[in-house]
Design a protein around this ligand. Structure first.
Ligand code: AMP
Length: 214
């Protein structure tokens, strides 16, 4: 089953995707992670997108569709989780075509709903382990007191360059202008489900599991 996680920045898409990878052996495809990797590897494409990302604007459809195309070469054991992709109607159309080409389709789309105020406080509090990507939150899940990641023991933690208020405001604007129309798109295709992203992480996991089992 291939799954799309939809929702504004900070909704918890990454956290939920990681859980699904662990629980169901699914393959997470996060275009944000791929772009950050390109940026830190110093590739031409990485240099091109760095400023766009720092501002909180969307990278071109051509670049992100290209990244996804490279990953969709075959079947992923437990299915793909699309996290942060598609973000525009053009990307949604392209994803449908790419999956078609490999004889696959989207099983479910899950919209994680959260209000803006919660997003701003979540994002300014978040950090992650530099080695394994385990996510932390200064208030709800602080970095361990011994300074070692609870998942892998790593000792370095990072905060995203675009997790600041100015960039977040722009990322939210991009979400409402360009990404939210795809909620209607998947509703019309009868694929849309919604969960309350303000609930505790475990409760959100449970709601997602219930949708997947339906
Ligand atoms: P994320 O990690 O999903 O929050 O993405 C971080 C940043 O990467 C976004 O603010 C965009 O600049 C860029 N980005 C990630 N995914 C996409 C996408 N599907 N389309 C356009 N830009 C993207």
């Amino acid at each position: 089953m291939n799954l799309i996680l939809l929702g504004p920045p900070g909704a918890g898409k990454g956290t939920q995707a990681r859980h699904l990878v662990e629980k169901h052996g699914m393959t997470q495809l996060s275009t944000g992670d791929m772009l950050r990797e390109a940026k830190s590897s110093g590739s031409e494409m990485g240099k091109k997108v760095a400023e766009v990302m720092a501002r909180g604007d969307l990278v071109t459809d051509e670049i992100v569709i290209g990244l996804i195309r490279e990953k969709l070469t075959g079947e992923a054991g437990g299915g793909f989780i699309f996290d942060g992709f598609p973000r525009t109607l053009a990307q949604a159309d392209a994803l449908g075509t790419l999956l078609d080409e490999i004889g696959q389709s989207i099983g479910k789309v899950i919209e994680i709903r959260v209000d803006d105020e919660a997003l701003i406080s979540r994002i300014s509090a978040r950090s992650s382990c530099a080695s394994c990507g385990e996510m932390y939150n200064d208030i709800t899940k602080p970095q361990p007191a011994d300074g070692k990641c609870s998942n892998c023991g790593g000792t370095e933690f990072t905060r995203r360059a675009d997790d600041n208020e100015e960039s977040l405001r722009q990322r939210l604007m991009e979400y409402y202008k360009k990404t939210s129309p795809i909620i209607g798109y998947y509703h019309a295709k009868n694929l849309l489900n919604a969960v309350d992203g303000l609930a505790e992480i475990d409760a959100v996991q449970k709601s997602i599991s219930e949708i997947l089992e339906k």
